[in-house]
Write a protein that binds this ligand. Structure first.
Ligand code: ADP
Length: 153
């Protein structure tokens, strides 16, 4: 049976930290479905279509990586594609505290296991919030995002 994992997130925008997690997860899973969440309560910097396009551009030609958008519970999205794993990244202990509850909920709700990847040290300070802050202030984000999306930003 193939091992199918969902990597959910906002990807607002995708960073080299996200990219690293996907590449590492590909060593274990047969398919990684990047699931871009659209939550009406959240104010995104980039519209959903743009976030999708950026992720697609990064993984263009990459076998076994799929890009989807979803609304609602991540576990419900997992069921639609027969995924039994969720992949998340951990940058810090505060990430862990937050993620632990969600992972336990998803396990009890739908028997879906969350597999955590600890961020590599050189990426642990990188997140989409920082990239957005640099963009708002017209700074240079090229060190923090995959080269393939620079032309889209
Ligand atoms: P969310 O709004 O769901 O946190 P994000 O797009 O910010 O969505 O993050 C998606 C996932 O990627 C999360 O599990 C997050 O911890 C992980 N992630 C983000 N940046 C990094 C990084 N630099 N290193 C490792 N994991 C990361």
């Amino acid at each position: 049976m193939s091992k199918i994992a969902v990597f959910p997130g906002s990807f607002d925008p995708i960073t080299i930290g996200h990219l690293d997690i996907v590449l590492r997860a590909l060593q274990i899973f047969d398919e990684i479905h990047i699931a871009i969440g659209e939550n009406s309560q959240k104010n995104y910097y980039f519209a959903l279509e743009k976030r999708i396009k950026m992720v697609q551009q990064v993984f263009e030609g990459q076998k076994n990586v799929y890009v989807n958008a979803y609304v609602g519970l991540t576990v419900d999205f997992c069921k639609t594609i027969n995924a039994t794993y969720i992949v998340r990244g951990l940058r810090s202990s505060s990430d862990f505290e937050y993620e632990k509850n969600i992972a336990q909920l998803n396990q009890s709700l739908a028997n879906i296991e969350t597999i955590f990847y600890v961020s590599q040290p050189q990426y642990s300070h990188i997140n989409s919030t920082i990239v957005r802050e640099i963009l708002r202030n017209k700074g240079d984000i090229s060190k923090f995002v995959p080269a393939q999306i620079i032309n889209l930003i």
